[in-house]
Write a new protein. Structure first.
Length: 135
C-alpha cells in the first residue's frame, strides 16, 4: 500500500491538503516514518471549535505545558517543534471535516496557522504537511 496517500510519490506538497476518507491514517503515518518524518495524529472527529482544535493539536504534537492555548501559541509551537526533531513533519487530522462544517471560520483560521507553519519549515528546507482526512 506504499504511496497510497501521495506523500511518497510526491503527489502531496508541503502545506495543507485534503485526503479522501478512504485513505487510512495508518498509511499516512507509515509513509511519513519511511521518509524519516515525524507523524502527529489528531482525532478530529471530536473537534467542534477553536478550543478543541488547539487542545487536540497541542496534545498530538506534545507541546510543552508552557505553550498557551490560543491560535498564536499553537502557531508558535508548530513553527518550533524543537522537542520533536525530525527530517520533516506530517500532521494528520482524521475526521477534520466535522470541524470544517461546524465552525467554518475556526477551520479557516486553523488552516492559516498550519500553512504558516509549513511556510516556516519550507524556509529551512524541512517539509511540513498538514493532511486533513475527511469530506
Amino acid at each position: 500500500m506504499s504511496g497510497v496517500t501521495g506523500l511518497k510519490r510526491g503527489a502531496l506538497t508541503p502545506g495543507v491538503s485534503w485526503l479522501d476518507p478512504r485513505h487510512r491514517v495508518a498509511a499516512v503515518a507509515a509513509e511519513a516514518a519511511e521518509r524519516g518524518y515525524r507523524a502527529f495524529l489528531v482525532d478530529g472527529r471530536e473537534i467542534a471549535d477553536k478550543a478543541g482544535c488547539v487542545a487536540a493539536i497541542s496534545a498530538a504534537i506534545g507541546a510543552p505545558p508552557s505553550v498557551g492555548r490560543n491560535w498564536d501559541a499553537l502557531e508558535e509551537a508548530l513553527r518550533d517543534l524543537s522537542w520533536a526533531p525530525a527530517l520533516g513533519y506530517v500532521l494528520v487530522l482524521d475526521g477534520a471535516d466535522r470541524f470544517a462544517r461546524t465552525d467554518p471560520a475556526g477551520w479557516a483560521t486553523a488552516v492559516d496557522v498550519l500553512r504558516t507553519a509549513a511556510a516556516r519549515w519550507a524556509e529551512i528546507g524541512r517539509p511540513f504537511y498538514a493532511v486533513a482526512v475527511g469530506r
